[in-house]
Ligand binder design. Sequence first.
Ligand code: CA2
Length: 143
Amino acid sequence: MKILVLNGPNINMLGVREPEVYGAGTYSDLCEKIKAHCEKKDIGVSFFQSNHEGALVDEIQKALGVYDGIVINPAAYTHTSVAILDALKAVKIPAVEVHISDVSKREDFRRISYVRSYCFKTISGKGFDGYLEAVDALCGALL
Ligand code: CA2
């Protein structure tokens, strides 16, 4: 089983600013944590982060025939991107949406998620552990 972990804009800034919202860990810490979790479960994992919507769409399209599942935190594009939703629908790879913060308890505009209608599960407000839960949910759904 191979999964792709996709992260959207500014996730590369984790740990640099707003630790009260997103925690003190960096993007590299996040990838290491997910990698260790996947190794224990014998799951192959790759990571991609971009600040560009089209780059995320390209990566989702390239995942077809390569990955069995996708963990996606589209970050700000969660609330705006029909293009990312359409890419997920096009490749039909099972996906779980993750948010580090609890988007339901923040500004109203963060309650809107375009990808939610495609993803079979959404995990929000569990910090970095949410990504591990997403990996487990994919395992449960795919194995
Ligand atoms: O809670 C999440 O995971 C979000 O997807 C994070 C996004 C935000 O736009 C979503 O509404 C919720 C933001 C990505 C990280 O942004 C940073 C900004 C400053 C410093 C560090 C990270």
